[in-house]
Design a protein around this ligand. Structure first.
Ligand code: GDP
Length: 363
């Protein structure tokens, strides 16, 4: 599964966000194939296309594809030096695919700020510095290692040494994330082997007041910082979200309407995580179930089959594919077939977002 870690200073609204995500999430008992840990919430990826496919097929059940959010509380200044439980937090972050960094952009005298004032730039720096320091340590260790092998003339070690000395270490010494560096393909491949924290795709979740979505200098600051490091920003009012999840479906629609919102902000957070990781959805659709699956953009048909089961990938023969638009336009499988929009694709087919696929395979 895809895992997104929620980080941020104390009192910025992480738990409020996490609780809202968990309440909006799925019941563990309905998903026997996921193990859900206490500090994790599994949420469905909101996708209205699934509903429309199901309206045509009327299956016995619908299953959404999911993303896991993990609450990684307690990252504070000094974490990289192992202060408190610092190292444990860094280890938790290492296991995630993406980072959601919550930043306080709301003023509320009743909520104490750890540094006594709302200052997104300083807050972001504290967290980013800890992550950079952890990476600095990894990179320094790596430098010692490759310096030895580079002496023997090992080509890759020479390249790694140069990359560390000329780019990674200077960047991290400035407490800047490695993801902000411009790297060529070779360098990118080398960096990947280091499993750094500051290369993880990151979104800033700017936690604003109900009326803080526009004309909010704090939010502007977060956007400026994100732009310099290739990160994404989602503005959301976590407090409002925690109220929205308590409502039933009808009340929720009414409430969102009154606010002039089309969907809960949580949906934007979930979707941003999905896009951040360059993921897309395809569907399997039959009378028993209509189900969404997650694949990387650019995945081939056998790779997509492998998401369902490794045997599907190994024994892949062909994929029967219809695009979402054709499926809807022709009112389902038979209509799409009659219109000649039902395709047989081979192992080189690149799966497109929204494709509805039947796999044929040998077992
Ligand atoms: P954490 O320490 O980062 O997990 O922060 P919490 O989620 O526990 O929030 C800290 C305090 O801020 C709580 O009293 C929340 O009710 C409050 N809070 C969270 N989000 C908002 C918000 O969007 N606006 C306001 N005014 N208060 C918020």
């Amino acid at each position: 599964g895809i895992k997104c870690g929620i980080v941020g200073l104390p009192n910025v609204g992480k738990s409020t966000l996490f609780n809202a995500l968990t309440k909006a999430g799925i019941d563990a008992e309905n998903f026997p194939f996921c193990t859900i840990e206490p500090n994790a919430g599994v949420v469905p990826i909101p996708d209205p296309r699934q509903r429309r496919i199901a309206e045509i097929i009327k299956p016995q059940r619908e299953i959404a594809t999911t993303m896991e959010f993990v609450d990684i509380a307690g990252l504070v200044a000094g974490a990289s030096k192992g202060e408190g439980l610092g190292n444990q937090f860094l280890a938790n972050i290492r296991e995630t695919d993406a980072i959601a960094h919550v930043v306080r952009c709301f003023n509320d005298d009743n909520v104490i700020h750890v540094a006594n004032q709302v200052d997104p730039k300083a807050d972001i720096e504290v967290i980013n510095t800890e992550l950079a320091l952890a990476d600095l340590e990894s990179c320094e260790k790596q430098l010692q290692k490759v310096t030895r092998t580079a002496k023997g003339g090992d080509k890759e070690a020479v390249a790694m040494k140069a990359l560390l000395e000329n780019k990674l270490l200077p960047q991290l010494n400035e407490a800047q994330p490695v993801r902000a560096l411009e790297l060529d393909d070779n360098e990118r491949a080398l960096v990947k082997t280091l499993h750094l924290l500051t290369t993880k795709p990151t979104m800033y979740i700017a936690n604003v007041d109900e009326d803080g979505f526009e004309g909010n200098a704090h939010l502007d600051t977060v956007r400026e910082i994100a732009e310099t490091e290739g990160a994404v920003v989602v503005a959301i009012c976590n407090k409002l979200e925690s109220e929205i999840v308590e409502l039933d479906d009808e009340e929720r629609l009414e409430f969102l309407n009154d606010l002039g919102m089309e969907e809960p902000g949580l949906d934007r957070v979930i979707r941003a995580g999905y896009q951040l990781l360059n993921l897309q959805t395809y569907f399997t659709a039959g009378e028993k179930e209509v189900r969404a699956w997650t694949v990387k953009v650019g995945a081939t048909a056998p790779e997509a089959a492998g998401v369902i089961h490794t045997d599907f990938q190994k024994g892949f023969i062909r994929a029967e594919v219809v695009s979402y638009d054709d499926f809807i336009a022709h009112n389902g499988e038979q209509g799409a077939k009659d219109a000649g929009r039902w395709r047989l694709e081979g192992k080189d087919y690149i799966v497109q977002d929204g494709d509805i696929i039947h796999f044929r395979f040998n077992v």
